[in-house]
Design a protein around this ligand. Structure first.
Ligand SMILES: O=S(=O)(O)c1ccc(O)c(O)c1
Ligand SMILES: [Fe+2]
Length: 352
């Protein structure tokens, strides 16, 4: 089997939006992302610390979907290696010339073994890095793209696929019977570049951007309140158990989920310890024990194949996290040593 490409990090996503003007309001006027380039049918956006052409493409289309998840590889030679690796893997592979995506060099596009439209590139147009252009930063300044979260039915199989690509697991959620509900994997030295959420897939669960400060996340909440668009706040703000990040989940005008995230931790040493969470630990997804809203488990974006057609879903066959932790049959504990069923305290899964 050929050597896998040397992936540096998650690099950009392409989302299909049904109303480009409405999406522009959300991503530019509200989130404050910077417009690198704009066309009648597409907008290319980046965050303030980013100097590659974009980390998010919004493309107008009739059906909201995720059209591409792109990783940057370490050199042009690694793009060749990606082509060789995936042709040997037997998945659909397309080589595209520089400019197939504005601002991106020659790339390899695949339908990966999990059913996702993924691109590997190295060369990209450099644009002004606005790290210290505080005159342009809003109070909710976003610094960079941080990770993709994808829904896939078989988390261990997806984890093995990403580990074969050289990713390492930082944290996961499992139960005593060995069912794995979610896993977080990285190439850059943070908690993740990609997270795997067990469910019917392939679907895109969220795209996450990082800020430097919690106050910037809180400002985005206040801005949505001022805009009387508070319904766009789906979950949070809060503190994750997994990753330790301070988080906020928003839904864009098409329902795409965007996470704003800060304060995870460094994972760059070779012996970085894996953190395994019990699925019944009520602090795993929110360190303060606040419930996970059902839509966060149930809803995610359609993904497209390389011809732009929606991918059919494969159902998850193992137990679902929402079933074992939320609602009448679910329960979660705050203190593992307390063995009453249901556990004492109002932080049981059936409050939502
Ligand atoms: O909800 S979790 O604490 O499991 C979590 C951790 C990190 C993330 O990026 C996320 O989306 C969700
Ligand atoms: Fe996330």
């Amino acid at each position: 089997m050929p050597t896998p490409p040397d992936v540096i990090r998650c690099a950009y996503a392409e989302l299909v939006v049904t109303d480009l003007a409405a999406a522009r309001w959300f991503y530019v006027d509200l989130l404050g992302l910077v417009v690198t380039a704009e066309e009648p049918e597409a907008i290319y956006l980046r965050a303030f610390e980013e100097y590659l052409h974009h980390s998010l493409v919004l493309r107008r289309g009739d059906v909201a979907a995720c059209a591409r998840l792109a990783y940057r590889v370490r050199s042009a030679a690694e793009v060749d290696r990606a082509e060789e690796y995936y042709r040997a893997l037997g998945v659909r592979v397309e080589r595209v010339p520089a400019g197939a995506t504005r601002g991106i060099g020659e790339a390899v596009r695949i339908e990966d073994p999990l059913g996702f439209p993924v691109e590997f590139f190295h060369d990209a147009e450099h644009v002004e890095r606005l790290t210290q252009r505080y005159d342009l930063h809003g109070a909710g300044a976003i610094s960079r793209l941080d990770h993709f979260n994808v829904v896939t039915p078989d988390v261990p199989a997806a984890q093995r696929y990403y580990e074969d690509l050289g990713f390492k697991v930082s944290e996961d959620i499992a139960d005593a019977e060995g069912t794995v509900y979610a896993a977080w994997l990285y190439r850059k030295p943070t908690v993740h570049d990609v997270a795997l959420t067990g469910g019917d897939g392939p679907r895109m669960h969220h795209i996450a951007f990082a800020t430097h400060e919690r106050s910037q996340i809180l400002h985005l909440c206040d801005h949505l309140g001022a805009a009387r668009r508070s319904e766009m706040i789906e979950r949070g703000p809060g503190r994750h158990g997994v990753s330790n990040a301070f988080y906020l989940y928003l839904r864009d005008p098409d329902g795409h989920r965007i996470e704003i995230y800060t304060h995870d931790y460094y994972t760059g040493d070779p012996d970085n310890p894996v953190v395994r969470w019990d699925v019944h630990d009520n602090q795993r997804r929110d360190w303060w024990g606040n419930p996970v809203v059902p839509s966060w488990y149930a809803e995610a974006s359609t993904v497209l194949d390389l011809d732009g057609r929606p991918r059919p879903l494969t159902r998850r066959t193992e137990s679902r996290e929402a079933d074992v932790t939320v609602g009448a049959d679910g329960f979660s504990y705050t203190r593992a040593e307390e063995t009453e069923t249901p556990p004492r305290g109002f932080k049981v899964g059936n409050q939502v």
